[in-house]
Design a protein around this ligand. Structure first.
Ligand SMILES: [Zn+2]
Length: 179
């Protein structure tokens, strides 16, 4: 009996030690390290896929009196945010639509004042186009746009007047894409 008891105590002792080791491993650094390793193996691949699958909906040339409110209704219904690259002169005509874009969480960007081809103009004139559109939008939304989409994708790196703006081009154009 004595020998059996000894064995039982020994086994019990070993179990308690193993339990303690488990608790330490589960609650302390080793687990977080192993989790971190697991995440490190999974996350980059996942985030890479996520980046590949991301799209941005962008709409140029507006706002249009009739179609832009319809578009905004559709986006709202679907809880989708988009980016609008506005012509300054259209924004001037329909400031309430521009306000709505801002209020509903869309990005409001610059698409020049009158839809000109910026890289075929004198730099000073091109700058006027861009700064005028920025000013119109700023007056309506209270913010100077951070993004610019040059009409026709025609950009010139010499436009020093707006070097702080981010140029946004496109991958798919609905005008030339037929599904
Ligand atoms: Zn355009």
């Amino acid at each position: 009996m004595k020998e059996k008891n000894k064995k039982l105590f020994l086994l019990l002792g070993i179990n308690i030690i193993l339990l303690l080791i488990n608790i330490i491993f589960i609650s302390d650094i080793p687990l977080s390290a192993s989790c971190a390793t697991q995440f490190a193996e999974v996350t980059p691949a996942e985030s890479e896929n996520q980046i590949k699958k991301k799209i941005a909906l962008t709409f140029d040339d507006g706002p249009h009196e009739k179609y832009t409110p319809m578009l905004l209704d559709g986006l709202k219904e679907r809880n989708v945010s988009a980016s609008f690259f506005l012509m300054g002169k259209n924004a001037e005509k329909y400031p309430e639509i521009v306000e709505r874009m801002k209020e509903e969480g869309h990005v409001v960007g610059n698409h020049s004042y009158s839809h000109v081809q910026l890289n075929s103009m004198k730099e000073v004139e091109a700058c006027k186009e861009m700064t005028k559109a920025n000013e119109v939008i700023r007056k309506i939304t209270g913010e100077t746009p951070n993004y610019v989409r040059p009409p026709f994708g025609a950009w010139s790196n010499n436009l020093d007047c707006i070097t702080n703006m981010i140029v946004v081009l496109w991958d798919v154009d609905t005008l030339v894409t037929r599904v």
